[in-house]
Design a protein around this ligand. Structure first.
Ligand code: GLV
Ligand code: MG
Length: 336
């Protein structure tokens, strides 16, 4: 595969450093806000500092006749707010929409110096990322934006899943990828109207048996395959993986379970579409204190990370030392 760095060569103004080394930043929740809503905008200064990332959403859920107001509102809130350690992202409209070009052409010159990440929806292949990569390089050069704006793809088309590794490796600007279960379900022709989570009809039955009164069955995770595929593609490319939205705000238990599965499988965070999901994400994507205590025991028992020891009756070796390091490093990031 051609080196993605070559996308920058014609425009090596102020030669960007390798972005593939992502900033080590906690991004447990990407909190979505609708920027055309004045009341929501008024709360942004309080939100900054309490969530890891604030994302001004310009795409789905913003009505067509409010797209320009949302874009203007995003620029206004970006200019007016000191975000401190909170990341500032926007989700632009998709490449097949009439709004996307103006989204980028208006936002980047106005607030590109404050913008950390552009989330690109409905990415079908690396070509979609290449388009934004070059456009951003030109705008950054023209407007003297020194810090490169990163790109985050939503995995929400069957074609995108087919091209997942090429998307993850499409550019040094790639920050990560989120699963978009609503659009992906539609794209695949899945027969569900839910946004993430399980489905009562997606289950496996135990074999029939004379001794069983009621034959047990277990609901399965509809998203297991896609999350696993996404995590592998992202880790192989050195970028981050995220679970996306959970649409049923009345069901915090199922939301937490979905986030928890994603966390265990390697995701760094999830979207919060409702304020009640902020704390769920914060809790789930921070390591459990008992796990951290056990992981520290492993690291203390194997200072150079090699050999084999028994702790609390469990065998530990070089591989479990690495597992422990993942948990301890995350705990340190949460504490700092
Ligand atoms: C998110 O955009 C989704 O389609 O689930
Ligand atoms: Mg979507």
């Amino acid at each position: 595969m051609k080196s993605p760095r070559s996308f920058f060569e014609p425009l090596a103004v102020g030669a960007p450093e390798p972005y593939r080394t992502l900033p080590v930043r906690l991004e447990r929740m990407i909190h979505f806000v609708p920027p055309h809503n004045e009341k929501v905008r008024a709360k942004i200064p309080d939100l900054a500092g309490t969530v890891d990332v604030i994302l001004g959403n310009l795409e789905d859920a913003i009505p067509a006749d409010q797209k320009e107001a949302a874009r203007r509102g995003f620029i206004e809130m970006a200019k007016a707010t000191d975000f401190g350690d909170t990341g500032l992202w926007t989700r632009i409209n998709s490449l097949d929409s009439p709004w996307v070009l103006d989204d980028v052409l208006e936002i980047v010159p106005a607030v590109g110096d404050k913008l950390d990440v552009i989330m690109v929806p409905k990415v079908n292949g690396p070509w979609d990322i290449h388009y934004f990569d070059r456009l951003l390089a030109q705008l950054e050069a023209r407007h003297g934006i020194g810090k490169p704006i990163l790109l985050h793809a939503i995995l929400e088309t069957a074609q995108g899943v087919e091209n997942i590794s090429a998307i993850a490796q499409a550019s040094p600007r790639m920050h990560g990828m989120s699963l978009g279960p609503a659009d992906l379900a539609a794209s695949r022709g899945m027969k569900t109207t839910r946004v993430g989570g399980g489905h009562p009809l997606y289950r496996v039955f135990a074999d029939p048996s004379d001794t069983q009164e009621a034959r047990p069955s277990y609901q399965q995770d509809l998203w297991h395959y896609t999350i696993a595929r996404m995590v592998d593609a992202c880790v192989a490319a050195g970028i981050k993986a995220f679970y996306g939205p959970f649409g049923d705000f009345q069901d915090p238990v199922a939301c937490e379970a979905q986030f928890q599965n994603a966390f265990l499988m390697g995701c760094d965070g999830a979207w919060s579409l409702h304020p009640s999901q902020i704390d769920i994400a914060k809790r789930v994507f921070s390591p459990d204190p008992d796990e951290v205590a056990f992981a520290k025991k492993i690291i203390d028992a194997m200072p150079d990370g090699s050999g084999a020891v028994m702790i609390d009756g469990k065998m530990q070796d070089d591989a479990t030392w690495k597992q422990a390091k993942v948990i301890v490093d995350l705990a340190k990031a949460v504490a700092s």
